[in-house]
Design a protein around this ligand. Structure first.
Ligand code: ADP
Ligand code: MG
Length: 583
């Protein structure tokens, strides 16, 4: 093919791909424009996850009628004049391509009036082509309506996630802006239902509650640190309130929500030793620095930035977080301390026992008949040597460190991790019950749990799965659910905590309906419900736990694959004491 210039529509569709990846990107650009126009009230209406309609109305500065066609041109902006300005940008927009990009992949109508003008104007653009421009009476400010997004790029439509996911992205995005601009009133509607309404009274706590739900937002700690050139503010969860992924860690730099793995790392460093492995805090951290200290022009969607002095920001965040935690965190109780101090030992290599103890119990003797100590890695059921991983009858001896049960078997000593063992027991019972109907236990007092809008919708859609898992949950007000019953197996568990674990799993999976996902949820719920390390068990409880473990199908590992027990055979003991085969 000879080289030729692309027709303008094709070129602009290609460029649009960088800016408008999904419905939430459109919402982002339109909200940023409204904020740049100094609006104090922004209303967002979404229909069908943004594919049918995205409408953003603001009461900001508006656009002069004669400028309206220009606003839709690529590289047309009122926010930047010279290349040098790029390094002192104080607005959210500056590239002058959002409206043009959006207009090239949708049917866009923009209506605007400035305070001074008597009449406003309306411009209609379809697939990037201006269709009509006419004067019209309108309130001061701007309304942008984006209909039938991607109608002319069917390939893009195919790549979109499930509507629930797209809606959740939009909710999270708008809530983030609301948090960054607490002086602005935000109203967000999805399919006619209000999702977020902030009052613009500068109270960030109120917005945190719609972001995370009241239960999580209430105990969040305030972060504040101010230096000549760096101000760090925000909220972080105490170490007791965590989740299984980093998704609720959000940074803002000069009012711009950004993704930055080093900032996340700095935050986590601030929590050093206070979090259990695999758990992450909730955090919303706002950083203000002089505009010439950041390069915002490194990403078409402006989602990433570069700092001139990254180390300064990094240590600033780490220290601010650490200070907030130290100021508020209560002195750890014995139980927690025990868990924390044991976690580095556990996690370094995921080894259950220190690899430097090298008892090679397997060098002699029939390794395949006796269970053995595996000193490296997690023993797979096959490695562990017991037929299908069974355990022999065990005689309880006692408990050590309030975490491990000591028992005698026909061939030596068994050390059982009480938490892992109980997880296994609960998991197998739960899975067995799933084959028929999981018995539910009515709560004496129904528990009400508040959730943010996104989770509310998700949970509402997944109620049948919950019912299948033995929960009885129903919608109870706009963003609350009432838990009336939980699986009988979990009767000693905090119902709200158990439900939250399930919701976290729903959030992670696009289609949380398959059997294996239910199993995963069950495993997580059981982890929550199982006795913890640090819990003293009565001799009766110890015996019951060991018996239950003996009856398990796969008693040697917890549902997450870690060992439940270590076996020290008589043979091994004899050799360790130099009674036999000294070498
Ligand atoms: P950018 O925001 O990068 O300048 P856009 O394509 O998003 O580029 O917008 C182009 C121009 O249109 C803006 O510079 C601004 O002057 C004007 N504009 C867009 N939206 C609004 C709005 N909601 N209120 C006032 N002016 C707007
Ligand atoms: Mg813009």
């Amino acid at each position: 093919m000879p080289i030729h210039l692309l027709p303008p529509e094709v070129a602009s569709q290609i460029a649009a791909g960088e800016v408008v990846e999904r419905p939430a990107s459109v919402v982002k650009e339109l909200v940023e424009n409204a904020l740049d126009a100094k609006a104090t009230h922004i209303e967002i209406k979404i229909e069908e996850a943004g594919l049918r309609l995205i409408e953003v109305s603001d009461n900001g500065a508006g656009i002069l009628s004669e400028d309206l066609p220009l606003a839709l041109e690529r590289h047309a902006t009122s926010k930047l004049e010279r290349a040098e300005d790029l390094f002192t940008i104080a607005t959210l927009g500056f590239r002058g391509e959002a409206l043009a990009s959006i207009a090239s992949v949708s049917r866009l109508t923009i209506t605007s009036r400035t305070e001074e003008a008597d009449l406003g104007a309306r411009l209609l653009v379809e697939g990037g082509k201006a269709e009509s421009l006419h004067p019209i009476g309108a309130p001061a400010g701007t309304v942008v309506r984006v209909e039938d997004l991607f109608y002319n790029v069917p390939a893009r439509l195919k790549f979109l996630k499930h509507p629930t996911t797209e809606k959740r992205h939009i909710d999270a995005l708008v809530t983030n802006y609301a948090l960054a601009y607490p002086e602005v009133r935000f109203h967000l509607y999805q399919d006619g239902r209000p999702v977020l309404q902030t009052s613009g009274n500068r109270d960030r706590r109120e917005i945190l509650a719609s972001l995370y739900g009241v239960d999580i937002a209430r105990p969040m700690l305030e972060v504040f640190s101010e230096d000549r050139n760096l101000m760090i503010r925000g909220y972080i969860s105490p170490p007791s309130v965590t989740r299984s992924n980093r998704r609720e860690i959000q940074f803002f730099v000069n009012g711009r929500p950004i993704q930055d793995t080093t900032l996340t790392a700095a935050l986590l460093k601030g929590y050093h030793t206070l979090l259990m492995t695999g758990r992450f805090p909730y955090a919303a951290i706002l950083i203000e620095i002089p505009p010439d200290q950041v390069d915002v022009n490194v990403h078409p969607a402006k989602a990433e930035i570069r700092f001139r002095d990254a180390n300064l920001i990094f240590s600033g965040v780490q220290n601010a977080v650490r200070r907030a935690l130290l100021a508020y965190t209560p002195v750890p109780t014995f139980e927690e301390e025990l868990r924390w101090s044991s976690s580095p030992w556990r996690t370094e290599n995921d080894r259950l026992i220190d690899p430097s103890w090298s008892f090679n119990a397997t060098d002699e003797g029939p390794a395949d008949t006796a269970p053995q100590v595996t000193t490296t890695g997690i023993p797979s059921p096959a490695q562990s040597g017991l037929p299908e991983g069974k355990v022999p009858l065990l005689r309880p001896i006692g408990q050590i460190a309030a975490s491990y049960l000591v028992a005698e078997g026909p061939d030596g000593l068994y050390l059982v991790d009480q938490h892992a063992a109980h997880e296994r027991v609960l998991f197998e019972r739960y899975m067995a019950q799933r084959k028929t109907t999981i018995p539910a236990q009515n709560l004496l007092q129904p528990v009400v749990i508040e959730l943010p809008a996104g989770s509310t919708r998700l949970l509402n859609e997944q109620l049948p799965v919950l019912t299948r898992l033995g929960f009885q949950v129903e919608l109870f007000g706009a963003h609350s659910f009432q838990i009336r019953a939980i699986p009988a197996l979990l009767q000693n568990t905090d119902p709200a905590a158990a439900l939250r674990v399930v919701i976290e799993d729903f959030e992670e999976d696009e289609t949380p309906l398959q059997a294996e996902i239910e199993a995963k949820i069950i495993a997580r719920v059981c982890k929550r419900a199982a006795v913890k390390a640090g819990q003293v068990l009565s001799p009766e409880e110890q015996r019951t736990l060991l018996q239950d473990l003996e009856n398990c199908q796969s008693p040697r590992t917890c549902p997450h694959g870690r060992p439940t027990m270590i076996h020290l055979s008589v043979d091994l003991l004899e050799r360790q004491f130099g009674r036999k085969g000294a070498r």
